[in-house]
Write a protein that binds this ligand. Sequence first.
Ligand code: HH2
Length: 300
Amino acid sequence: MTAPHPLAPSPATEGGNSYPAVWRTARGPIPLDRPIIMGILNVTPDSFSDGGQFLEAPAALAHAETLVAAGADLLDVGAESTRPGRPEPVPAREEWRRLGPVLAGLARAFPAVPVSVDTVKAEVAERALDAGAAVINDVSGLRLAPGIAAACAAHGAGLVLMHSRGTVRDMATYDHARYGDVAAEVAGELAQAAGVAARHGVPRDNVVLDPGLGFAKEPAHNLELLARLPVLAALGYPIMVGPSRKRFLGHVTGRDVGERDQASAAACVAAWFTGARLFRVHAVAAAREALLVAHAIRPA
Ligand code: HH2
């Protein structure tokens, strides 16, 4: 047996947390012994950083190819924006009209790449899983449609439970960003979400938790959450973070949304050291290289 790496995290340094060695999804297990990168594919007209660029299926599939070539471990396809500008909710029919051809194209072009679908609607989750999606990424953490959990349980799908407050229209504003202890409150609300998942039959090994950077959080809340991820990791689930191109990085660096990929990679590295294992990013190549270095310094 090889000796453990001298800087490998011990339960003591990580606040006593432990999480499953693999994340179970409808397309097989994803090992968590290295950083896992989820490339963002927004098929929306209005996402905050890339809205309208990949709305049509051919453009989306070409972008998917770039993300996969850059080393994305899975792709997260979203057809409804939750951007800060109070977007109109997208009806399920329209969401599926955007998603359906892209999911079919991804299954044909990249059969080995697991696909996650970013939705808050049970009906859309169900159709996506029928079309071969591996994971549902629910930015409402089952608050808006607990039926998503039942759909995931029936398909053996992975389920990302992201923390947010409010509705699709206001969850990315500061309207609900009132906290005493932000890490403790986010952990408590995520524990409730995990309880809902368990009651609907989703196995523990299928669940990943995400603090929801930028969702009902002011810049200082996001920074504190990144520093205090062990409070969330202590719940015993793998942690995903999605800092990519978000406003709080603009606050720190003064950079506009299109110039935040270096800051995003830096935030991913910081999160690796505080316990995150999965990273949702737009610029896969930059994050991957940064995380390779982080992992070499401190293996999982
Ligand atoms: N952030 C966004 C959307 N989905 N999912 C998870 N798990 N974690 C996140 O931090 C997260 C998420 C917002 O980013 P984006 O998809 O680029 O923007 P928009 O909502 O405008 O489409």
